[in-house]
Design a protein around this ligand. Structure first.
Ligand code: NAI
Length: 313
């Protein structure tokens, strides 16, 4: 990876330290989009200093599938020590095998995030084994209710049991995770907490149900509230707001009573014309778990192919 810099200060520091310089592509005035505007570059070692999570102690909930799996993988690939927590024991075992050859370390803990003591036990797994917790991803979530245009997705058809279940996992589960993670982080006076919200928490979305939209909007405000409380303790709290991603939830696989969403929907509603791949969340996860985001807190970062700037469809 190369980072282009206008003032070259990191590159200069890196050169003084005798690091190997990695050259990026040469930019010109006529470049558009992602093209660089400078020929300055930084070293792999400098990138590690800025974005690195090597040795970090990280908790990821919902790590057995989809977005949580990609986040946990990004961390372990970059040398972090990860507690992968999920209620799906079998899924966790597959994760442990999949990560076995990667540079970091993984410990799996069967955890239902609706049970606060189980979340505390997952945090304790990191603290007891590694002496603390540097980053926590409150990611586990479900979407049981059909969208507005499906039967049962409208006001009159909203099922109270499903409403409660979605709020228990998506809202209370995230709250418990932030609460539990903040304990060792306050003791350390440092930490990074990241919740997985959704673009559905930022605007109306006909493809999700009321409970899901409500839970994600609430998660965003809990993140802001916790960011305010925890800032004096050196703990940053942020949210990622994904648009549509290929996962069990995103592809509506196995969701009771759901029709799979046709790909033409994404061509119409996502400016980049497609669903995201979970690997496309790895960069933002590293940003928020590393010192690269040292001045970012209380933020909600959309990763949505432009969904929020488009007509909801
Ligand atoms: P997924 O279904 O592939 O993964 C969710 C994981 O959470 C599963 O491994 C599941 O076992 C786990 N989980 C569910 N309930 C749990 C509980 N009570 N305790 C512990 N683990 C539990 O779905 P995906 O998409 O990876 O979901 C992850 C997060 O991303 C969720 O919060 C979801 O709302 C959010 N999200 C997903 C989007 C998408 O299009 N896939 C879009 C926006 C947000």
């Amino acid at each position: 990876m190369t980072i282009q810099e206008r003032d070259g200060s990191v590159a200069a520091t890196a050169r003084r330290a005798g690091d190997r310089v990695v050259r990026g592509p040469v930019g010109t005035q006529s470049n558009r989009g992602d093209a660089p505007v400078s020929t300055e570059s930084v070293t792999a070692a400098a990138v590690e200093r800025i974005l690195g999570v090597r040795g970090s102690r990280v908790l990821v909930t919902g790590a057995a599938s989809g977005i949580g799996l990609a986040i946990a993988e990004a961390m372990v690939e970059c040398g972090a020590r990860v507690v992968a927590a999920d209620r799906d024991r079998e899924g966790l075992e597959i994760v442990a095998k999949r990560f076995a050859e990667l540079p970091g370390e993984v410990r799996v803990v069967t955890t239902d995030v609706t049970e606060p003591e189980q979340v505390q036990a997952a945090v304790a797994e990191a603290v007891d084994n590694w002496g603390g917790l540097d980053a926590a991803f409150a990611n586990a979530g479900i979407s049981l209710a059909p969208g507005l245009r499906e039967n049962g997705g409208q006001l009159a058809g909203t099922d109270p049991d499903r409403w409660r279940r979605v709020l228990a996992v998506n809202l209370e589960g995230v709250f418990s995770t932030i609460q539990a993670a903040s304990v060792p982080m306050k003791a350390q006076q440092s930490g990074r907490i990241v919740a997985t919200a959704s673009t559905a928490g930022l605007r109306a979305d006909p493809l999700v149900g009321y409970s899901y939209a409500a839970s994600k909007a609430a998660v965003i405000n809990i993140v802001r509230q916790a960011a305010l409380e925890l800032a004096p303790h050196g703990i940053r709290v942020n949210a990622i707001a994904p648009g549509p991603f290929h996962t069990n939830i995103g592809s509506a696989v196995g969701a009771e009573g759901w029709k799979p969403i046709d790909d033409s929907v994404w061509a119409r509603t996502v400016p980049l014309g497609r669903m995201g791949d979970t690997s496309e969340l790895k960069g933002v996860a590293l940003l928020l778990a590393s010192r690269a985001s040292s001045f970012i807190t209380g933020a909600v970062i959309p990763v949505d192919g432009g969904t929020l700037i488009a007509y909801p469809g």
